[in-house]
Design a protein around this ligand. Structure first.
Ligand code: HEM
Length: 195
């Protein structure tokens, strides 16, 4: 359900506000499983990341999104996750069926928001990964900042969201897409850390 009290905010701010609870729930669920306790635990986290980024790979190839988001294709982290799996001698655990992504541009933008925003939290996660001897050159490549850093690509992404000129109905679909993406990752986290 859309929170009408956020209607006056730019879309990027609305997204943050309206998905805050979902983010906190996910963050809590993941950290409760102590993903950086050992490389074995980290492997479960990496499997979850692999499944999600495989789910959303089509977004990075969508020409409609590419026309709005600068450097879209180079933002995709799937190949880095696959290198991380290789580094650690892991076989892909992404055996589940992927999600059926909506074809609606606004909904897709919401899913992309969740993936792109997760690069901010990754600044914290890569520090934890370093304690396991992992980093941007080995095992935790996908948590590394891009060569431009984290702030600039995030600001360009937010500007793309806010500049897309979505009407109210489209904005609601962006938010619904982000909520659905967080739900998907929550499910993947539950599955990954179920044992
Ligand atoms: C595993 C534990 C996680 C922690 C500790 C964490 C932590 C954080 C932190 C500290 C920020 C804010 C950074 C800043 O404003 O500079 C952030 C932002 C964000 N994170 Fe996470 N995160 C985690 C997992 C995830 C996951 C798995 C996803 C989605 C796949 C995600 C999606 C996001 C999004 C979308 C934002 C941007 C919010 C906004 O400013 O609009 N996070 N995270």
């Amino acid at each position: 359900m859309t929170d009408t009290s956020t209607l006056a905010l730019p879309l990027s701010r609305r997204l943050k506000t309206e998905t805050q609870a979902a983010h906190e729930g996910l963050d809590g669920r993941i950290m409760a499983s102590r993903p950086f306790h050992s490389r074995d635990h980290y492997a479960l986290f990496l499997g979850m990341q692999h499944q999600f980024h495989r789910d959303i790979q089509p977004l990075y190839l969508d020409p409609r999104l590419a026309a709005l988001v600068p450097d879209l294709a180079s933002r995709c982290r799937l190949s880095m996750i696959e290198s991380d799996l290789d580094d650690l001698g892991l076989v892909s655990s992404a055996t589940k069926r992927g999600v059926a992504l909506s074809d609606d541009l606004a909904t897709r933008f919401g899913w992309l928001y969740v993936a792109e925003g997760s690069n901010l939290g990754a600044a914290f996660l890569i520090k934890e990964a370093a304690k396991l001897g992992l980093g941007e050159d080995f095992g935790a490549r996908h948590l590394a900042a891009s060569p431009e850093g984290r702030g600039k690509p995030w600001k360009t992404f937010q500007a793309a969201l806010d500049g897309a000129d979505f009407d109210r109905a489209e904005e609601a679909r962006v938010i619904d897409g982000a909520v659905a993406a967080f739900k998907r990752v929550q499910t993947l986290a539950e599955d990954a850390f179920a044992a």
